[in-house]
Ligand binder design. Structure first.
Ligand code: AMP
Ligand code: MG
Length: 348
C-alpha cells in the first residue's frame, strides 16, 4: 500500500468513527442476523438481516457482502486492477469498455453533475490529489498548481458512449473519483441481493451511509438510525447520545460533511469535498444528511449539497420527490431541515 493510500485509509477510518457515526436499536429478534462491523470498501460495513429463519438471514448477509466486495473490485480507485483504475490510466489514449454497473454509476454521476450545475463532479480527482499532496508536503498548493489541476477537471471532458459502454477522457491526466457515489451504489446492490436471498427486512451500513428495508430488527416498527452531533467529540465506541434519531422503513440515508474529515495544511483545514468552482475544499456546511429512496441518490446528493450550501442545497432537495435533507451548521449549532423531514424524526 502506498503512503497516499495509507493516508486515505486513515482518513476514512476516522470518518467512520466520527463523522458518520450512525447506529440503530440493538435489540434483535430470534432470526435476526447481525454481521457486526467488517472492513470493506476501505471502511467499516455492517449488515443486519431479518428473515424467517437464521439460515436465510445468514445467506442474505453473505449475499450483501458479496455485492459490496464486487463493487469495490470494480470501482475502487486504490486497487490498481479495478476497472476504475484502468479507466483512469488509459481512457485518454483510447475508449475503455466497462461493465454495465460501472457505466451506470458514471452515467448517474454525470446526471448529478447536470442537476447540480457541476457541484457534484466525479472528474474532481486531480484536485483531490493536489490537496492530498499538499497536506503531505504541508504547503498550500500554488495558483499554478491549482490551474494545472483545474484544466483536468470538468464533467464536460468525460465522454460516455452508452451503445459501446465505453469511457473516454478528452484531456490527459484526468482522474475519476467515485468516493462521493460508489458507496451508495454498493449499498443498493447489497440490499437488492438480500431481498433476492429471501430477507424480509434488512439494513446495510457502509461507513455510516445506510439503506434499510422491510421488517425492522427486533420486531420493531421501524429502523432507528442515530445522527451524531458534530459538536460532540465521540468516544471510541461512538456511544454518545445522537443529536437526532431517525425512524426509517424503506429509505436510504447518507451523511457528508467536513467537520472531522479533512486534510490539514498548516493551520488550515481543507474539506475532502471539493468545490470545483473555487478549486478548494467546500466549507459551507458542517454536516449534510440526505434521506432518499435509494442510497446512490442519497450519497450523491449529500456530497452535492455540501458543495451547494444551505440555500441552493435546500431548494434542490425540496424539488426532488421523496427526498429530504437535514443540515447542521457547526458554528451556529443550527439544524435546518426540508419541509418533509420531520416525519422521519423519532422521539429519543
Ligand atoms: P462523500 O463522503 O459521499 O460526501 O464523498 C466525498 C468524496 O467524494 C471525497 O472524499 C472525494 O473522493 C469525492 N469528491 C470530492 N469532491 C467532490 C465533488 N465536488 N463531487 C463529487 N465527488 C467529490
Ligand atoms: Mg456522497
Amino acid at each position: 500500500m502506498s503512503k497516499k493510500n495509507y493516508n486515505y485509509l486513515a482518513i476514512t477510518i476516522l470518518a467512520v468513527l466520527t463523522l458518520a457515526w450512525l447506529h440503530f436499536a440493538d435489540e434483535k429478534g430470534p432470526s435476526d442476523v447481525d454481521s457486526g462491523y467488517r472492513m470493506v470498501m476501505g471502511t467499516f460495513a455492517r449488515i443486519v438481516a431479518v428473515a424467517a429463519d437464521r439460515q436465510t438471514g445468514q445467506e442474505s448477509v453473505d449475499a450483501a457482502f458479496t455485492q459490496l466486495v464486487l463493487v469495490d473490485e470494480l470501482m475502487s480507485d486504490y486497487k490498481p486492477d479495478s476497472q476504475l483504475s484502468i479507466v483512469n490510466r488509459q481512457a485518454y489514449e483510447k475508449a475503455i469498455k466497462v461493465d454495465a454497473s460501472v457505466f451506470e454509476v458514471l452515467k448517474k454521476s454525470v446526471e448529478y453533475s447536470k442537476l447540480t450545475g457541476g457541484a457534484f463532479d466525479i472528474t474532481v480527482g486531480p484536485l483531490v490529489d493536489l490537496y492530498h499532496d499538499a497536506a503531505e508536503a504541508n504547503t498550500v498548493p500554488t495558483e499554478k498548481q491549482i490551474e494545472q489541476a483545474r484544466a483536468k477537471v470538468g464533467y464536460d471532458k468525460l465522454i460516455l458512449d452508452a451503445n459501446e459502454s465505453t469511457v473516454r477522457f478528452l484531456v490527459a491526466g484526468m482522474r475519476l473519483d467515485l468516493g462521493g457515489i460508489a458507496k451508495g451504489y454498493a449499498i443498493d446492490k447489497a440490499a437488492e441481493a438480500m431481498i433476492e436471498a429471501g430477507a424480509l427486512g434488512g439494513m446495510v451500513d457502509v461507513g455510516g451511509d445506510i439503506r434499510c428495508f422491510g421488517n425492522a430488527a427486533g420486531g420493531k416498527e421501524s429502523w432507528l438510525i442515530g445522527l451524531q452531533d458534530p459538536n460532540v467529540e465521540p468516544d471510541e465506541f461512538g456511544s454518545e447520545e445522537p443529536i437526532i434519531v431517525l425512524k426509517l422503513n424503506d429509505n436510504a440515508i447518507a451523511t457528508s460533511g467536513d467537520y472531522r474529515r479533512f486534510v490539514l495544511i498548516g493551520e488550515k483545514k481543507f474539506s475532502h469535498i471539493i468545490d470545483t468552482q473555487t478549486a478548494s475544499g467546500s466549507d459551507r456546511l458542517t454536516s449534510v444528511t440526505i434521506i432518499a429512496p435509494q442510497a446512490i441518490d442519497a450519497d450523491a446528493l449529500a456530497t452535492s449539497v455540501s458543495v451547494l450550501g444551505t440555500a441552493k442545497g435546500l431548494s434542490l432537495i425540496e424539488s426532488i420527490a421523496d427526498t429530504e435533507a437535514i443540515l447542521i451548521r457547526q458554528k451556529e449549532g443550527e439544524t435546518i431541515k426540508t419541509t418533509g423531514a420531520d416525519k422521519y424524526l423519532s422521539q429519543k
